[in-house]
Design a protein around this ligand. Structure first.
Ligand SMILES: [Zn+2]
Length: 305
């Protein structure tokens, strides 16, 4: 990659799954100067090894956008996707959290330090964008990016009521992306609540107070998407067009929620089915497990029905 190309900025959408992040990343990616590249941490496993569909409808190894990105990033040959996937899994797993939180010096990124900067630079250059929107969500992956990229990512922390997320994780959602799984992963309500608490807490512990951190809620996004996107644009130095632009015709977001495979942008509407569908015992269990952050984020402990 030519060094005359300025280093791209990365806008990292962080938090837990089933929080509307695919929609949010798509809205930010439609702003001039930005590109939504999807859940980039899954490029190696779901994109290259499992050959799942890119948002453009073509399998990732055959997608012209990702082919151009990989050729530009690795002119001497593609790194072994198995090795990259294994290194990413090792660096970002839950038990590594104490290393990221409390070790004075970040761990040596090894192979990942060599291959990730050129990947992000190539995504920006191929898309003609200055800001790469990465919807990878996992806090430890954001911490890894901060150690390997020329500038740490800006983090948009997306939070959703944990009872709504738990209700969403309970349900079977078809996953027509050509991969080995025909449905999206499901989680029980207790596991969903625990992971909601851990990942949101870890993301805050790693990023709160840094200049690049901004927290938004799914509920705020659903109620007034234009205002939330304008706030994020200001945070990232992007401009919002004076009039709403139509969503980009073709996205190359890799991995993630099947919404990204729909050509027509889904209208964001508050999904409150959980209020009746989750049930009182499950709702109470989630509320208790999530209690400290639930209050911190302003969600009522006892939600109105
Ligand atoms: Zn594509």
């Amino acid at each position: 990659m030519s060094r005359s190309t300025p280093d791209p900025e990365v806008l990292f959408v962080g938090g837990t799954g089933r929080s509307g992040s695919t929609l949010l990343a798509g809205l930010i990616g439609d702003l001039p100067g930005a590109v939504d590249a999807g859940e980039i941490r899954f490029l190696w496993q779901r994109g290259l090894l499992e050959r799942r569909l890119c948002a453009c409808g073509v399998r990732v190894p055959e997608c012209p956008f990702w082919s151009a990105v990989l050729t530009r990033a690795y002119p001497r040959g593609l790194p072994d996707p198995d090795a990259v996937h294994a290194a990413l899994t090792r660096r970002t797993r839950l038990r590594r959290v104490p290393v990221w939180l409390w070790r004075a010096a970040p761990p040596d990124p090894g192979l990942l330090g060599q291959i990730l900067p050129s990947l992000y630079a190539a995504i920006a250059a191929t898309a003609g964008a200055r800001v790469v929107v990465d919807n990878s969500k996992l806090p430890t992956y954001a911490a890894l990016l901060a150690t390997v990229l020329p500038a740490p990512p800006r983090v948009v922390h997306l939070v959703r009521d944990p009872r709504a997320a738990a209700y969403s994780w309970m349900h079977v959602t078809r996953l027509p992306d050509g991969g080995p799984a025909l449905v999206m992963e499901q989680r029980g309500v207790l596991r969903s609540a625990l992971l909601w608490t851990v990942w949101n807490g870890v993301l805050e512990a790693l990023w709160r107070g840094r200049p690049g951190y901004l927290r938004v809620t799914y509920e705020g996004l659903a109620d007034d998407p234009a205002a939330v996107v304008a706030g994020i644009a200001a945070h990232a130095g992007l401009t919002t067009p004076p009039q709403a632009r139509p969503p980009s015709a073709l996205s190359h977001a890799v991995a993630g929620n099947p919404h990204r495979l729909q050509r027509r942008r889904v209208i964001i509407r508050r999904d409150d089915r959980w209020r009746r569908g989750l049930g009182r015992p499950a709702g109470l269990a989630v509320s208790l497990l999530a209690l400290p952050l639930l209050r911190r984020y302003g969600y009522p402990v006892r939600p109105p029905r």
